[in-house]
Design a protein around this ligand. Sequence first.
Ligand code: HEC
Length: 410
Amino acid sequence: MSWFTNLGITIKFNIILTVCMVSLFIFGAIYGYHRQQKLIVAGEVDNARIIARQIIEAREYMSLVLTDEPARNYNLVPQVVATRIAQRITKNTSYYVRQISLRFRNPANRPDPYEEEQLRGLANGSTKESFQVIQGAKGESLRYLFPMMADNSCLECHGSYESAPLFVRQRFPKGHPSYNYHPGEIIGAVSVTIPLAELFGAMSVNLRHDLIIRGGMFLLVLLVMGYVIHQAVINPISLVARSITLVARTGTFSDRIPQRGKDEIGQLIAAFNELMAELERKTEQSRESGERYRNFIRMARSAVVTFMEDGKIVISNEKAERLFGKSRQEIIGEDFYQLIESGGRLREKIGARLASGNDGMIVETREHRVRGSSGDWRPFEIALSASKSEGKTMITAILRDMSEQGSRRI
Ligand code: HEC
């Protein structure tokens, strides 16, 4: 995941937001699609049920009121009436309505395999109606079946062969399976087929438009948020980062970032500016004190040298240069301990004091002999003090000439 942590904040933010929103969109789209599909199917089942009820009512009414009319006019047979009404109702629609029976008289009413299976299920009496979305050659379609029960009026033509009207007996001879129904027995069903492919197709188009609109809106939000984050957070933070880099490179603390607002970023900038001001003040102070120190050494009437722990001289004054008979260039970098008699012992003594953590004034030794410019050994009193600068120990030595009168104080 380190590649992710290294990305810019806007990119990170966009990736997280995109992943969240895309999953939400996909989830929403799938959920919405299924919910709409369910609603469509439920609506179409209602339509199919109404059609079936109308057809069954028409048949039952005809069956109830007819006497011998069908004998003269076959078009008045309840089945034929129901079929015509169904045809008229569904004219100019994509609905397809049939009345079917397992023991059909008219081959046109032979159930297809799906209807046959459902009719057998309905005959068990387990359900009042059956419907299912079927995937066919022309896409999905809703198949709906509503059973028809034989009542006494139906038995007039669907009861025993002997009791059937002559025109029925003539058409359907003795032994035809369409006789011998009992009251309450399922005699057939109204079968309604409603193609759904077109509806579902329109629904997917709607969903796709919806997704495009939502995607566009999301992109807009992403752009606006990206711009806002850039302006409010990223730009000021990069300004701070740039300023800090500048400080690290140049060592100057004069840079300030323009203040804008009092939010968290504003507070950060204010804190940064304060820090810079404080650092600037501090460095100015230490520069001044360094300057004062150097002036002080230069003015001192005794020889003064400052050297590192290993004896290497880093600062010297004029007196010291005169004492050792060397120029400043020559004396800087020299080993202090080499310039005095028994320097080795002094080095050990100082080393031991420093190791014990004793800072400040550490040693005052009397009667040291220092080789002067003329090569002779002269007695000196040396006062040593240690101080820390940038983590390094510096030792300042003041050499007081014991043979000279009047120069006892620095
Ligand atoms: C007047 C006689 C008569 C009466 C009453 C009658 N039917 Fe029929 N029924 C027929 C005839 C004739 C056919 C065959 C129609 C055709 O040729 O399409 C038929 C066909 C059917 C069919 C279609 C299946 C097939 O056999 O082709 C069903 C279902 C049906 N009748 C149910 C009923 C029901 C339910 C009732 C009572 C509500 C009823 N019928 C009352 C004479 C009758």
